[in-house]
Ligand binder design. Structure first.
Ligand SMILES: [Fe+2]
Length: 241
């Protein structure tokens, strides 16, 4: 049996923060408590000062800026954070950006001192979407949201691939896996694979791939046009701070 003191120390040792911005996009900080190496997932330019303040307060060294995909919904803080901290920008191998330092693909691990993230390709919302497993949780970007699924508005979106990514890959994870999405739905900040499998209205067990594709086409038709300007700026790696 694990001594109680060891359990308490192990829980205290998790360094993890969630940041929500007014545009409802969500980013995450995680770190190795031993080396003090840190990573930021999907950092948003709107929260740039918050990240730097938390890194300073917790005495962390930012090693990686990790994107789940090339973003269209916000301007990335990656250019500023790279310049200010020397962190390396990590993206899927298909992402063409002026400031990518490291490309990764399905099945690879990204090491952060004693910690590591496992890379899962989960295309659909975009062709370059990745999810990352870390400890007991998975960061799903704009693929699987809490009680919803990502939009399919972009020219590289594919609703059928989104359905497969969630049903075949993310739903294959253990039920107790915590889901941390890259976008808020309502006020929900997290979920679990078991909860999503049981209650996600887009992905009920009886609904077919064809029905899902049809719903996504309708949803894209009714939504505002997606923000090509943000996507283009992120690809150019513009530092506009
Ligand atoms: Fe997105």
């Amino acid at each position: 049996m694990v001594p109680l003191q060891a359990l308490i120390e192990s829980e205290v040792a998790v360094i993890f923060r969630q940041f929500c911005t007014p545009d409802d996009d969500v980013s995450y900080l995680l770190a190795d408590p031993v080396s003090r190496y840190a990573a930021l997932l999907d950092p948003n330019l709107a929260a740039e000062r918050d990240y730097l303040e938390v890194l300073r307060r917790l005495d962390l060294r930012l090693v990686y800026v990790i994107e789940t995909h090339a973003h269209e919904s916000h301007l990335s803080a990656a250019p500023v954070l790279r310049a200010e901290t020397g962190a390396r920008l990590v993206t899927h191998s298909s992402v063409e950006s002026a400031c990518v330092d490291m490309h990764i693909d399905d099945g690879e691990n990204l090491f952060l001192g004693e910690e590591f993230l496992s890379v899962m390709e989960t295309p659909g919302h975009s062709a370059c979407c990745l999810s990352y497993r870390w400890r007991d949780r998975v960061f799903t970007g704009h693929t699987l949201l809490a009680g919803a699924t990502g939009m399919c508005q972009r020219s590289d979106a594919d609703a059928g691939r989104l359905f497969d990514s969630i049903r075949k890959r993310l739903f294959a994870l253990p039920d107790e896996t915590l889901v941390y999405p890259g976008r808020l739905t309502g006020r929900r900040r997290s979920s679990s694979i078991g909860e999503e499998r049981a209650t996600n209205t887009d992905l009920q067990p009886h609904s077919t791939r064809e029905e899902f594709i049809r719903r996504k086409e309708l949803e894209a038709g009714y939504s505002e046009s997606w923000r090509q300007d943000s996507l283009a700026a992120n690809r150019r790696c513009e530092n506009i701070s």
